[in-house]
Design a protein. Structure first.
Length: 430
């Protein structure tokens, strides 16, 4: 293992609020080195780009990062697929496929996250027809518990594939993923400001969230919506303006200037909001790849409920508005298409995502979350695996109808729990 580097202290998450453990952190430089590392490990946990807010990646044992491995990105323009190394960032893959006239099916708000890490927690963007990022994975190559190299595909392994793709890092260390691609199209983004409370009804929310290919609503639990970000995949045969929401829309006005979701921050780091057509990678994420997000002074929480429950869920949590606002930077509402991945928060139901970006006050946030979760309990919420929540594990498990299948698969692939940590032991049960 000549090329493998070892860091004694794995450090902390992007937000600084999760310490990954005592380490060491290994950085193999090739797949065989990774295999040798896993084969010799009693416990080992993969680390992506460290953007999760929950302790999902932390471990009291060794960790491994793929950052020193080759950053493979192989686009197959005929099959319309891309095979990527799991440590590569989404934004890099997006650029590479765009250069070949192709596009990713979806992206999260931040392009800096890794393929392996984003897929493993159910990372999503927004759009009634856009599923979690992991849903476009068609093949997984991973190092299994004994250091063996395993390749599973959607076509050849349909009985287990839905459990493997989004698996919280407990089935193996992904080395490469192959994703479905789409033909490239231009996208345009506009932002509207100030939807009055009178428009924030079940019908109003439904129309706003369904008003473009991908919509995000930013608000502060006071009955209004502060910003509506609409991202539209454009039909080249139609006039652009006719495909975008009108200038005055549900009482909101289109913003003449770019804005940041946190209005006090500069919009320089945000993607174009002028309605000008451009590639998906410069419109679909909220933030631009070339801006390194600063060391994040924030914490995030998010719960997925059924799309049809969004207004009722919003009303229920709004009762806590006075307690929420002092801790909040902004909240965001998005939608996600249903999928069939066993541990996906959007499993089997098109969902609305109720999101909070909190100030970095971890103890106060954790103290408030049970009250929010109590208000949401009526709506069978599924917490985002990569964000902070306090929901009882039994409750979490009860939201996943394929959980037993997943546990059986895990028993088969990792009977000795080489890839376990405290987070998954608690949430999945052992
Ligand atoms: C500013 C910001 C914006 C965000 N925006 C969004 C958003 O728009 N939508 C959304 O859904 N989430 C969002 N998130 C959350 C984020 O996308 C997820 O937490 C995501 O999992 C982070 O990916 P990562 O590469 O940092 O993974 P990490 O946090 O490093 O790891 C996450 C999990 O993946 C596992 N893992 C990592 N690599 C591998 C591998 N090679 N093989 C097996 N398992 C692996 C780890 O063990 C761990 O369990 C945001 C986070 C931040 C900080």
């Amino acid at each position: 293992m000549a090329g493998t580097q070892h860091l004694a202290d794995p450090g902390v998450s992007w937000s600084g609020t999760v310490a990954y453990g005592p380490g060491p952190l290994h950085a193999p430089a090739s797949v065989p080195e990774l295999q040798a590392l896993v084969a010799g490990a009693f416990r080992i946990r993969a680390l992506g780009t460290r953007h999760s807010f929950s302790t999902i990646a932390a471990s009291d044992g060794p960790l491994v990062t793929l950052q020193a491995m080759p950053a493979d990105i192989e686009v197959d323009t005929v099959a319309r697929t891309v095979r990527v190394a799991a440590g590569v960032r989404y934004g890099e893959v997006a650029r590479a496929v765009e250069a070949q006239g192709l596009a990713l099916a979806n992206m999260g708000s931040l392009p800096h996250i890794s393929e392996g890490g984003a897929g493993s927690t159910g990372t999503h963007g927004s759009g009634d027809d856009l599923a979690v990022l992991a849903a476009s994975v068609r093949a997984v190559e991973m190092v299994g518990a004994e250091g063996d190299l395993v390749r599973l595909t959607r076509e050849d392994d349909p009985e287990v594939f839905g459990g493997v793709v989004l698996s919280l890092g407990v089935l193996g260390v992904f080395t490469h993923l192959t994703l479905d691609l789409e033909p490239a199209a231009d996208w345009a983004q506009v932002v509207h400001r100030d939807v009055p409370a009178a428009e924030v009804t079940a019908e109003g929310l439904d129309a706003l969230l369904g008003g473009a290919t991908s919509v995000s609503l930013f608000h502060r639990w006071d009955g209004r919506i502060d910003q509506v970000w609409s991202k539209q995949r454009l039909d080249p045969d139609r006039e652009v303006a006719a495909q975008l929401p009108p200038v005055i829309w549900h009482g909101a006005r289109r913003s003449p200037d770019p804005v940041h979701p946190l209005p006090e921050l500069s919009a320089d780091s945000c993607t174009d909001q002028s309605g000008t057509p451009g590639p998906f990678v410069e419109r679909l994420p909220h933030f631009r790849m070339e801006f390194t997000p600063s060391a994040g002074e924030e914490i995030q929480s998010e719960y997925l409920v059924a799309r049809g429950d969004v207004a009722a869920a919003l009303a229920a949590v709004s009762e806590l508005g006075k307690r929420i606002r002092p801790l909040l930077y902004a909240s965001e509402l998005r939608t996600v298409a249903a999928d069939e991945l066993w541990l996906s928060p959007a499993h089997g139901r098109t969902s609305a995502c109720v999101h909070f970006t909190w100030r970095s006050r971890p103890a106060e946030v954790k103290a408030l979350l049970p009250a929010i979760e109590e208000r949401l309990a009526l709506f069978a919420p599924r917490p985002h695996w990569g964000k902070v929540f306090t929901t009882d594990p039994t409750e979490v498990r009860s939201q996943y109808p394929r959980l037993e299948n997943f546990r059986t698969l895990r028993d088969r692939l990792d009977p000795d729990r080489v890839f376990a940590n405290a987070f998954v032991d608690r949430l999945l049960g052992d």
